[in-house]
Design a binder for this molecule. Sequence first.
Ligand code: CP
Length: 343
Amino acid sequence: MKNFISVHDIVTECNSNAGAAIDALVAKALAYKANPFMDRKLGADKRIGLLFLNPSLRTRLSTQVAAANLGMEAIVFNVDKEGWAMEFEDGAIMSGNTVEHVKDAAPILGNYFDILCIRAFPSLKNKADDYSEEVMNAFIKFAGVPIVSLESGTLHPLQSLTDIITIKEHCINFPPAGDGRIKIVLTWAPHIKPLPQCVPNSTAQWVNAWGNADFVITHPEQYQLDEQFTQGATIMYNQNEALKNADFVYVKNWSTFNDYGKIYTNDPAWMLTEEKLQLTNNAKVMHCLPVRRNVELSDEILDGPNSLVTTQAANRVWAAQVVLSEILRSLPPSSGGEFAPIP
Ligand code: CP
């Protein structure tokens, strides 16, 4: 694995089937969960840089724990609070607020670190910039080391890998009845602020690529997502109909995609409740967190037996660990840049 930006990065020449490639990663992730330190020498003498242009709890800490489990040194840099304001536009006349161009910063970071991980949320102001993944692509172009997305303009791949790990793990522990095929419903939920489409885009991309579930996305009509991610899913505007016989309900808010980054409705009737859960096949409820309680999801569900959110967040470590281990195995033996120690 060279970079980890989307589901496309896990498809290799040896494993060109995305579903099989995801299943293989999940199996390795669950092996790490059973034995976290089995590869503790793999990352010896390797440094990983975690760059945050936005806040984080789970992504930051789970990736640090995963790196430590592999014997790597992790250094976190909160670019938004401690770094120079970064410019990404090619040819920009930097007479405004930005101080350092990514063309200058990324190659330096690529010398300090063997792997660079970056969180850079979308602006939700300029759809073309956000959906061109200008930040991730700039780091891929200029850093010269593998890049891992910690959530980007359009996607959150470590979250989505985690979510499939969590679903598969649950199905191993509690095998579904019948032919074993499960139904996953991704449902829009109300929120007070316009949020990125990264998590729902990414959920759709990974669940569609996995191909092992009947997959339904339900949302108010104005909240269509980008078809490049949703193609393959059944889209329904009636949440109650969509929830029928669901085995897993993934709850998430997102802002509008077409008229970009807006809130059109905040209808509280879209919040998942115990009553709505009765329509499902006693579904397990997932959310990437952080969650606004009693706005997006009710206390009764989050604190009840159907919630998988804590297990899901805990599994972030194993998703990060398997991705970092795959990248470490693909690094050239002497990678370390110009500042590598003299033997
Ligand atoms: N789910 C998730 O990415 O959480 P953080 O924003 O806390 O990292």
